[in-house]
Design a protein around this ligand. Structure first.
Ligand code: ADP
Length: 218
């Protein structure tokens, strides 16, 4: 049977990916070396197998080569995560996503050919920190090492002003790229658009500029 994804390591992170993909109706091969984890996912994933993912022959037997996207979510055992990634790159898997535990781990994963390295704890920490700084910051997304997109409620200092009047681009070096109002989203707001209390703004810019914008206007 054709399976869309394989998730290796069914801890909190991998388990959550597996549950979500399965709930979306995707075919998921779930792999873990721990029997209890496999029992837990037997009725969730389309197929759950107890196996050691560092063993190339085992992965081959499981038909991993037919799977387009493999997610390696082995947490604390960094050695197993690296070895598994090497095996998957040797097998020429089309897309390999790996969870990194720390920056050093991330560097190695990039070097050995992981296509996508994710750092959920670090990224979520950043998002929550921005939300702690201001309750008006609803979400935060890093787009590069020094650029981000933030979703903010139009702060008191912005309400009643037009975009031209606020001139966020000239004053703070960042761009308001969209305004969410009720259920609508305006992705090319005009300069004369006047901000209202319930507006949510999507702003892109360099981190240092967004930080000034957050301090002064949000
Ligand atoms: P999280 O921090 O996301 O909860 P954990 O480290 O708790 O991650 O879980 C990682 C999972 O990966 C565990 O269920 C563990 O049994 C599994 N695992 C570790 N090494 C291997 C391996 N070599 N092959 C398959 N599964 C593994």
């Amino acid at each position: 049977m054709k399976r869309d994804y394989a998730v290796i390591g069914l801890g909190r992170f991998g388990g959550s990916i597996c549950k979500e993909l399965s709930a979306e109706g995707r075919q998921v091969l779930a792999i873990d070396s721990d029997e209890d984890r496999i029992n837990e996912f037997k009725n969730i994933a389309s197929h759950a197998v107890m196996a050691d993912s560092t063993d190339e022959a085992t992965l081959n037997e499981l038909g991993i080569k037919n799977i387009d996207h493999v997610i390696v979510a082995i947490g604390d055992n960094i050695q197993a995560s690296i070895l598994t990634t090497v095996v998957l790159t040797d097998l020429d898997i089309k897309k390999i996503t790996v969870k990194a535990q720390n920056d050093y781990h991330e560097k190695i994963l990039n070097r050995i050919g992981a296509h996508q390295v994710v750092h959920p704890e670090r990224d979520m920490g950043k998002r929550i920190a921005h939300n702690i700084i201001s309750n008006n910051i609803l979400d935060y997304l890093e787009v590069s090492d020094d650029h981000s997109i933030v979703e903010v409620k139009a702060g008191g200092k912005m309400r009643g002003h037009s975009l031209a009047n606020l001139d966020v681009r000239a004053n703070y070096g960042c761009n308001i790229v969209a305004i969410k109002r009720d259920k609508d989203i305006n992705v090319s707001p005009a300069a004369e658009e006047v901000l209202r209390e319930e507006d949510i703004l999507i702003v892109i810019g360099a981190d240092k500029d967004i930080s000034r914008f957050e301090k002064h206007l949000v």
